[in-house]
Ligand binder design. Structure first.
Ligand SMILES: CC(C)(COP(=O)(O)OP(=O)(O)OC[C@H]1O[C@@H](n2cnc3c(N)ncnc32)[C@H](O)[C@@H]1OP(=O)(O)O)[C@@H](O)C(=O)NCCC(=O)NCCS
Ligand SMILES: [Zn+2]
Length: 205
């Protein structure tokens, strides 16, 4: 009797040798997972997703249709990647270069990347942050940060639940405290990130 697999791979998907896939993970139509990739538990890997060799993906990650996760990109637990978002791993691409340098990108726990966003390599996208649809991210995004536009600017902060935070309840030299009108959670962001947000959102208006 064959061993019952604890994950699901659609018959049209290609999963190479030596890939680790966690329990409860589902991999959909025409996805391609290269050798040495590690995918955690309870992930959803959408149609036409490409996961490059040795890429590490945490638990509970959702990758929507058409996303390529190139070598050098790491997705921690509970990351959401919207449809057709684009990662990169070469800052100075040339079709003919033999000595290109892989530039890593880290997407931290719980962060969400909107549809069609582009993440220029070398950045860290903070915990529970939100990259708006269509943004071009060229700089680090702080924890809970909301970035949008091209180049992406830090225009606010979002709650753990994903909703933009609008109400400040307290502030000191180190932290700014927000309360979420949607779920009532209190979210503390760093004062230095708050000051950066004020500067960058002023630049937009
Ligand atoms: C940015 C986002 C989180 C919304 O935040 P919000 O504060 O509720 O947005 P609002 O609708 O109140 O818009 C506020 C302003 O931001 C602008 N805005 C909203 N989304 C934007 C985006 N993706 N890029 C640039 N500007 C955007 C609005 O036009 C508005 O501008 P204005 O003040 O000049 O009129 C949301 O629009 C977004 O992009 N979510 C991601 C959706 C997605 O990709 N999902 C993927 C799974 S399907
Ligand atoms: Zn909330």
């Amino acid at each position: 009797m064959g061993e019952k697999k604890s994950f699901y791979v659609h018959p049209t998907a290609v999963v190479e040798e030596g890939v680790q896939i966690g329990e409860g993970t589902r991999i959909w139509h025409f996805a391609h997972v290269r050798k040495g990739a590690v995918i955690g538990k309870n992930c959803n890997i959408g149609k036409d997703v490409y996961i490059d060799a040795d890429v590490k993906i945490g638990d509970g990650v959702k990758i929507q249709n058409g996303v390529s996760v190139y070598r050098g990109v790491t997705l921690e637990d509970k990351v959401f990647v919207g449809p057709y978002a684009v990662f990169t791993n070469d800052l100075y691409p040339r079709a003919f270069s033999k000595d290109w340098e892989l530039v890593p990108t880290l997407v931290k726990e719980g962060a969400s990347i909107g549809a069609n966003a582009t993440i220029v390599c070398g950045v860290t996208i903070g915990r529970y942050s939100m990259v708006a649809a269509g943004a071009v991210v060229t700089k680090d995004v702080p924890d809970y940060g909301l970035v949008l536009g091209n180049p992406a600017r830090l225009v606010g902060f979002v709650c753990y639940c994903g909703r933009p935070l609008r109400k400040i309840t307290d502030m000191d030299d180190v932290f700014v405290k927000y309360i979420c009108k949607h779920c009532g959670r209190e979210i503390k962001v760093k004062r230095k990130d708050y000051e950066r947000m004020l500067k960058e959102s002023r630049r937009l208006s």
